[in-house]
Design a binder for this molecule. Structure first.
Ligand SMILES: Cc1ncc(COP(=O)(O)O)c(C=O)c1O
Length: 398
């Protein structure tokens, strides 16, 4: 099928939740590159929105999925699953968590985190503790509970009334958080680096203060690392930058390298609140998903992709800062590792993104003033030089 036929079919049969998408359909990829149906080559600096951490068609991931698919794709969680046990072990051995539960997406992992926080207090005999404080401009998913947790009106308004028991406070404002915590609060839920609202960082003193506050008040600290986790920020987990450990945290996006898998991780004292029958999933943690996750973790740890994310992140930020000194409408280059936002003051973020696309570079935009880059962790200096040269050319037209 050619592109127009695909678009026509999509418009006829697919619900219009994504509007007019970027007019391209990819046929195959390799590393950071994708090729479309007309054979045009692209550099994928969006990485499927922080998903394709190993790039496209990574041999380890392809082999793991092929091998597992040839054995068996699925079996129920009524039975023991070897890749599931192994992936849980790898995640525990490399993080501050003691136990893992697998879901199918970030929103579902966050639903699990919310349920775990609530049931923890129910089982402690404190059923009055069920409210969760989250941050303004946060994004936690599209399910009914996670849109209520999300701090952005646009995701919530069409679906009101919202699931009750979530309140919001501004980022990096410890006093506001302290004021929002009351006798009903069971947890605080935070993205250490906010992704969907345009790469907003919490600061170290704030997160350390949040940890102390949660300890003082006897409530749980949940980190949503669905986007910022798994090497994205130059450390395996974003919380490592802040020297703070959450009681519960969630992962998804990069975990399967593109195969859908999410995870809920927790310290032993809270994980134990989930007992048989309290939570479950048909697909979550199935053999194929976990085989993919194992291949991703293998590459991340043994092929030093986290270190590459750190080094290439520093390099990309430096090169983008060079463009900032050239173009006064670039207000700020911010982020950590390969999670980078570029704020512009000319309201042209979408136009700049579209021009980059025409030149064969995939980047993202958040609203009209933020460009977003989340390339695969396999990105090289040469790829970055190529992007920056293309961006320079594009920006010179604005
Ligand atoms: C921080 C964060 N949490 C949760 C989600 C939801 O993940 P999913 O789309 O896999 O449900 C996202 C997705 O962008 C995210 O960035």
């Amino acid at each position: 099928m050619n592109l127009n036929e695909i678009i026509e079919m999509d418009k006829s049969y697919f619900m219009n939740t994504f509007g007019n998408r970027t007019p391209v359909c990819f046929e195959y990829g390799k590393g950071i590159n994708l090729w479309d149906t007309e054979g045009k080559k692209y550099y994928d600096f969006l990485g499927g929105i922080a998903v394709s951490a190993l790039g496209h068609a990574h041999p380890k991931l392809v082999k793991a999925i092929q091998d597992q698919a040839a054995k068996y794709i699925h079996c129920s969680n009524l039975y023991y699953i070897e890749p599931q046990a192994k992936l849980a072990k790898v995640l525990v051995e490399n993080s501050c968590a003691d136990k893992v539960f697998f879901a199918n997406s970030g929103a579902e992992a966050n639903e699990g985190a919310i349920k775990l926080a609530r049931i923890y207090f129910k089982k402690k005999g404190m059923p009055e503790k069920f409210e969760i404080v989250t941050l303004e401009k946060s994004f936690h998913g599209r399910t009914l509970a996670t849109i209520a947790a999300t701090g952005q009106d646009k995701y919530q308004k069409p679906f009101s009334p919202l699931t009750p028991s979530f309140s919001k406070v501004p980022i990096n404002d410890l006093k506001a958080l302290e004021n929002a915590i009351n006798e009903h609060t069971c947890a605080v839920m935070i993205e250490p680096i906010q992704g969907e609202s345009g790469v907003n960082l919490t600061n170290i003193e704030y997160l350390k203060g949040v940890r102390e506050l949660c300890d003082k008040k006897g409530i749980l600290l949940i980190f949503d690392e669905v986007q910022c986790g798994l090497g994205r920020t130059g450390k395996l987990f974003a919380y490592e930058h802040f020297d703070v450990e959450p009681d519960i945290f969630t992962l998804a996006k990069a975990l399967g390298g593109g195969f859908p898998v999410g995870a809920l991780l927790a310290k032993e004292f809270v994980a134990g609140a989930f007992e048989p029958g309290d939570h479950g999933s048909t697909f979550g943690g199935n053999p194929l998903a976990c085989a993919a996750g194992l291949a991703v973790m293998d590459a991340m740890i043994n092929d030093k992709l986290v270190e590459n994310s750190d080094q290439m992140g520093i390099y990309l930020t430096k090169q983008l800062s060079g463009l900032k000194s050239k173009y006064p409408f670039i207000k700020e280059v911010r982020g950590k590792g390969l999670m980078i936002g570029v704020e512009v003051t000319n309201d042209k973020a979408k136009k700049i993104k579209d021009k980059c696309f025409e030149n064969g570079y995939l980047i993202g935009n958040v609203g009209s003033n933020i460009l977003r880059m989340l390339p695969p962790l396999v990105v090289t200096k040469q790829d970055i030089d190529d992007l920056v040269a293309a961006l320079d050319k594009v920006l010179s037209e604005f």
